[in-house]
Design a protein around this ligand. Structure first.
Ligand SMILES: [Cu+2]
Length: 346
């Protein structure tokens, strides 16, 4: 059952959820983000949250938060995987410059571990574009954003780079979410996706070019989950022979508790390491036990150029002596592991 739900995770289908609605809000994305407990270690860069209460980072751009739900979750349970198609898009004839997932209660306050709510996974895909890594007969839609509970920002125009995901009329977004309630009460939550966008007609959009997304996964084009085990070890993705030339614009890594870092290798040379940070924000510290969970991922920006035929491999490090695994919600064993890096190329 677990494997079945995982298999569905990255395969958007037709299970549209009736009774849900979409609404736009203009409230802060992540009120707890200011509640930072330590600065990242040297060499680890964390991308700032998209903050609806401040002007967007890019001149001429706009911030839009789209809310999906409500999702009602009973005490101490995982909500079965939820798929939604034909989502409201933040704009058309525009570039998405940055985006960030979130989870909140009905009143707009952040829903997180300190109140028992987990955005266990969310994956956004565009049905009108093909994933460039998994592009054979099994081709998948382009997975252009995903998050675990760390809710990392993705940015496509870091520094002086001018890239974005170009969105037109026919593009069609879908979202898969897996939510968890570790509290002993019923909760009602909404999944949010905040976008920084720039219309292509704006003068500020001059010089911008479309980017694509590369999904590197230790299960290749598999179900993204693998069995958990204890100790310190490294896991590798299959080799992806690049089919494109371009600049690697930005990357983040997704691991589960126990994970230390993800490293991207190009022709066996490491070009980027994304380090997982535990409990950097107060909302990621369990109130009863003080246990910390992954709250942030170090990012890489403008970090390499690749050519067609280059060999890309993702390596991930788990060290459960340092960071304990997440116990299974089913009462025995541990939650499966993941090892994913999302990279943007332009
Ligand atoms: Cu995961």
């Amino acid at each position: 059952m677990r494997l079945l739900s995982a298999a569905i995770l990255l395969l958007p289908g037709a299970l549209a959820l009736p009774g849900t609605n979409l609404r736009r809000l203009e409230t802060p994305l992540n009120a707890s983000s200011a509640d930072v407990l330590y600065t990242p270690p040297p060499g680890v860069v964390v991308e700032p949250d998209l903050d609806m209460t401040k002007p967007p980072q890019t001149p001429g751009a706009k911030l839009t938060k789209i809310r999906h739900g409500p999702y009602k979750i009973t005490p101490n349970s995982m909500l079965p995987m939820q798929m939604k198609n034909n989502l409201e898009k933040p704009c058309t004839d525009c570039y998405i410059l940055a985006m960030q997932g979130g989870l909140e209660y009905e009143d707009g306050t952040v829903a997180n571990i300190d109140s028992g709510a987990w955005l266990h996974h969310m994956t956004m895909s565009n049905a009108m574009r093909k994933d460039i890594v998994c592009d054979g007969w099994w081709a998948r839609p382009q997975r252009f954003y995903s998050a675990g509970n760390e809710r990392e920002v993705s940015r496509l125009n870091p520094g002086s780079l001018k890239f974005g995901l170009k969105i037109g009329y026919w593009d069609s977004f879908a979202m898969l979410v897996e939510l968890m309630n570790q509290s002993d009460r019923n909760i009602t939550v909404f999944v949010t996706q905040t976008y920084e966008t720039l219309p292509t007609r704006e003068a500020e959009a001059q010089g911008y070019k479309p980017a694509d997304s590369i999904w590197m996964d230790i299960t290749g084009c598999g179900i993204s989950e693998t069995e958990a085990r204890e100790g310190r070890y490294e896991l590798y993705s299959p080799i992806w022979n690049s089919t494109v030339d371009g600049t690697l614009i930005f990357s983040t890594g997704h691991l589960h508790d126990g994970g230390e870092s993800t490293t991207l290798y190009v022709n066996r040379v490491p070009v980027c390491t994304n380090t997982q940070l535990y409990g950097r924000r107060r909302a990621y510290v369990e109130k009863s036990t003080g246990r910390t969970h992954i709250s942030d991922t170090g990012v890489c920006k403008d970090f390499a150029k690749i050519k067609k035929g280059d060999q890309l491999v993702l390596g991930v490090v788990y060290d459960t002596n340092k960071y304990p695994l997440e116990k299974s919600m089913h009462g025995h064993g541990f939650e499966p592991l993941m090892g994913i890096s999302r990279i943007y190329i332009g």
